[in-house]
Design a protein. Structure first.
Length: 212
């Protein structure tokens, strides 16, 4: 395991995941994760190759975005069931589903940061949210989830949520990172770059589905 200092010099190039996860996660035997600079297109032993961007924000010059009529507030535990439903409705195109137990487990980690769980509220209803972690050991804030219900997209709500989270974390974090699937039809990378994330690091996550 490399040192924190070495990681912080170029976090998006060093690991495909945040430092705190890299310390704990073992790569399965049927998976290979390769940075684009080391990627060889001839990978016959792997059946699936998914590309993920990884970007960094130095938490300066954060643009402000607001959407009229949309309130932004820290998500309370009273909204946990609503949060789960909203996340699941936001990711039907990727067939991602979470449960209340899984969302609760996110609050039990050492990187849980309640002030970085922010919801977008319209007429008393949760229509979007951002969930970020904070690794106090490294000083790294990590955007893990950013979603808006399909019927409310293209209104700047995701940018407003991200901007609010960045401004909040800038008071205690050294930098922020995010990763996401390059080929996601919702093009999440554009929102992050709009809010000041930068970098060109691409990671290939290759898996063997044939069991060979």
């Amino acid at each position: 395991m490399i040192s924190i200092e070495a990681y912080k010099e170029n976090p998006c190039k060093v690991f495909s995941i945040p430092y705190w996860k890299a310390k704990r996660i073992s790569i399965p035997s049927d998976m290979r994760i390769v940075h684009n600079s080391d990627f060889d297109k001839k990978q016959p032993e792997y059946d699936v190759d998914k590309r993920f961007f990884r970007l960094i924000h130095h938490l300066s010059n954060i643009p402000e975005f607001e959407e009229a009529g949309i309130g932004l507030e820290v998500i309370s535990f009273a909204r946990s069931a609503e949060l789960v439903d909203m996340i699941n409705r936001s990711y039907t195109h990727l067939e991602i589903r979470v449960s209340e137990d899984s969302v609760k487990s996110w609050t039990d980690t050492e990187v849980y940061c309640p002030e970085l769980w922010i919801g977008a509220i319209l007429d008393g209803n949760l229509i979007g949210s951002i969930i970020c972690d904070f690794d106090r050991e490294v000083g790294e804030a990590i955007t893990e989830w950013l979603q808006v219900l399909p019927e409310y997209r293209s209104r700047g709500i995701a940018s407003a949520l991200l901007s609010r989270a960045l401004r909040t974390m800038s008071s205690f974090a050294d930098f922020a990172t995010v990763s996401g699937e390059c080929d996601n039809i919702t093009n999440p990378e554009s929102v992050y770059r709009k809010c000041g994330f930068e970098g060109n690091d691409i990671w290939h996550v290759m898996t063997c589905i044939k069991g060979e």
